[in-house]
Design a protein around this ligand. Sequence first.
Ligand code: KG4
Ligand code: ZN
Length: 343
Amino acid sequence: MVSSDKDVVILAIESSCDETAAAVVRNGREVLSNIISSQIALHTLYGGVVPELASRKHIERINQVMEEALAEADMTLNEMDAIAVTYGPGLVGALLVGVAEAKAVAYAAKKPLIGVHHIEGHICANYIENKELSPPFLCLVVSGGHTHLVQVEDYGVYRIIGRTRDDAAGEAFDKVARAIGLGYPGGPKIEKISREGNADAIVFPKAKVAENPYDFSFSGVKSAVLNYINGCKMKNIPVIQADVAASFQKAVTDVLVEHAMMAVDEFQKDKFAIAGGVASNSVLRAGIERACRQKGIAFYCPSPVFCTDNAAMIGTAAYYEYLAGRRDGWDLNAVPNLKLGER
Ligand code: KG4
Ligand code: ZN
């Protein structure tokens, strides 16, 4: 495994969506602090993330969150080897707050600056609790903005095998939750109410993408849920929220598991990991774990707190970038549609 002779301690900042987060990470895998200030209460009032409000909340919270991260790690800014920050993809205004903060702090403290890709961070979250995990491995990244099947060829080297053609998996959870009246944030609410529902009550479609069997499409299942609800209303049949939620969750997680295992057969037969907010879903975790067990391959997943947005995962990704010699200049900018593997 790649490593450094001396300890490398990184202060990482994450502000790409609706969590203001900072963490201190030693040698990539040891999380000394992980502070997350969630904006859920604020955005719940509007039924989803309001980008401008997210930026405003980040600017209000970021200094305190960073101070807390240093205090909890019992370290000072001067003891940091580098300052890392998510610079894309994400909401541009939200990203800019983190990027400006990281640049200011790095400049003032004369520390190297490292910009991190948010999805790379999600993937690297797997290294935190699985000290033995090293590339190559396959990873299913399922978040609010992305659904990617990725071959992690080496630290910082990624090949995308499949991606969503329309909605991300988390986005589908959020839209369906809104449609059946559960509100924001959709994923956890669908998971919770599904425990009381029958996952076989309604058969929702599992879309296949003809050109690439590893690609995903979730807009069809979302539309099918909306049509089902409208149909019930027209026929005066009550909509059983728990059944709709459980059946929708099954349709989405079944497709994710099927594609994941197809990729295992073709690309990487020994190690499979999951990452991103939707990876905290217990039905998905259990489904992939069972499938991996049946194939006799190792399964990795971060604890739920490292699946949803956090800065520890950014500190982990930054460590490997640091070892590879990557440093950013004072011209580092937010890149809202940054592609994985692009610099
Ligand atoms: O990774 P993340 O925190 O932020 C992005 O990078 O997008 O993912 C957020 C997404 C949201 O769409 C949220 O509804 C979904 O992850 N999510 C879940 C669960 N927890 C969060 N989806 C399904 N089940 C969950 N338990
Ligand atoms: Zn994320």
